[in-house]
Design a protein around this ligand. Structure first.
Ligand SMILES: *Cc1c(COP(=O)(O)O)cnc(C)c1O
Length: 352
């Protein structure tokens, strides 16, 4: 069953904005888009609107993620895909979405901006942030359109990959399961992108922001069956991808750059485990959770003191201690070996 039956009917029926580049027509003299005729950066084409979905980038990313080009929509980071999915499926004041807590904050913010109730499914730190799928499904009702599952979860680092197929099946025809895999490159499990062909209600978010080192370029992908991809493409602003970002993304997908990315991911994973072992059981550190991302969540005896000590040493980390269920917790990104040594030294100094 197509999930478009659960999308906003007025958007399914909407005729998209007929942008100049969308027609696919090209000619040597282009007087169709009110652009400037002068290409001042000599071939860089910044005077021209970009292709809404550059075919080469779409092809390269589809190959990288093991899906087909029609199953992929590219936008300004996964943040834009989160926003567009909320807008495509959820009617303000009627519908709701379900998501984990703690998890990435943009699901709740996007829902609130759209006027949609966000139902938090609380995970317990004491249980290692394990997901009770039955309890989560009990929060889903007839007005639930999307269920957000971040895996590896930010900020807990927890993987939920083994529960994705069952959850998608349980939600079939009712809600889209949106699996945010911003950190999947740091985990040693396969991406849920491989499940999209079998599940009409599964959407997977991938990004070049983390493992590929392109947070500043703002390039992310929504992977889903073509009906969902087409709906999102139809309601998206006409030119989501700036030309310099497309060039940066294509460069990052050349084989040598991909090889470097794989090496760096492996290095960050080794560093993550080194830092985790060095921190675990240390004075002033009550717990370090296992992580499948490029970050660690730790509970300190005194998070404010730990945060301040790190800041005094010139190291900024994220203080989550005011969030429900994350008392005294800090999240530390894994940096270079030197960055991580500085972190460990600053924390050890405080323990003496
Ligand atoms: C960083 C992050 C994102 C944002 O990705 P962009 O592609 O940069 O928008 C999405 N989801 C999670 C869980 C993140 O931590």
């Amino acid at each position: 069953m197509s999930m478009l039956a659960r999308a906003r009917a007025e958007l399914v029926a909407l005729t998209p904005y007929p942008s100049a580049r969308r027609s696919g027509l090209l000619a040597p003299i282009r007087l169709d888009a009110n652009e400037s005729p002068w290409d001042d950066d000599a071939g860089g084409m910044l005077n021209r609107y970009p292709d809404p979905q550059p075919p080469l980038l779409r092809e390269r990313l589809a190959a990288l993620y093991g899906v087909t080009a029609p199953q992929l929509w590219l936008g300004r980071g996964s943040d834009e895909a989160i926003d567009l999915l909320l807008r495509a499926f959820c009617r303000a004041g009627c519908d709701n979405v379900v998501g984990l807590a703690p998890s990435f904050g943009m699901y709740r913010i996007g829902a609130t901006v759209q006027g949609v109730e966000f139902r938090a499914h609380a995970l317990a730190a004491a249980d290692g942030f394990a997901l009770d799928a039955g309890a989560l499904l009990a929060q889903v009702d007839a007005a639930t359109k999307l269920v957000f599952l971040c895996s590896p979860n930010n900020p807990s680092g927890t993987l939920y990959h083994a529960q994705i197929a069952d959850l998608a099946r349980a939600l079939a025809g009712r809600a889209v399961l949106v699996v945010d895999e911003a950190y999947i490159e740091f985990a040693d499990v396969p991406s849920a992108a491989a499940l999209v062909a079998a599940h009409a209600n599964l959407a997977v978010l991938r990004t070049l922001s983390k493992a590929h080192g392109l947070a500043g370029a703002r390039v992310g992908a929504l992977i889903a069956q073509a009906d969902i991809v087409d709906l999102v493409a139809r309601i998206a602003p006409p030119y989501p991808l700036p030309t310099p970002s497309v060039a940066a993304a294509l460069a990052a997908l050349e084989p040598p750059a991909l090889a470097r990315t794989r090496e760096r991911c492996a290095l960050l994973v080794r560093e993550r485990e080194r830092v985790r072992e060095a921190l675990a059981g240390g004075d002033g550190i009550e717990r370090v959770w296992p992580s499948a991302g490029n970050f660690l969540l730790l509970r300190c005896a005194d998070a404010a003191a730990g945060f301040a000590r790190l800041l005094a040493a010139g190291i900024l980390v994220r203080d989550f201690s005011s969030q429900p269920g994350l008392d005294a917790c800090l999240r530390v990104s894994i940096g270079t070996r030197e960055h991580n040594d500085a972190l460990l030294a600053a924390l050890a100094r405080g323990r003496r």
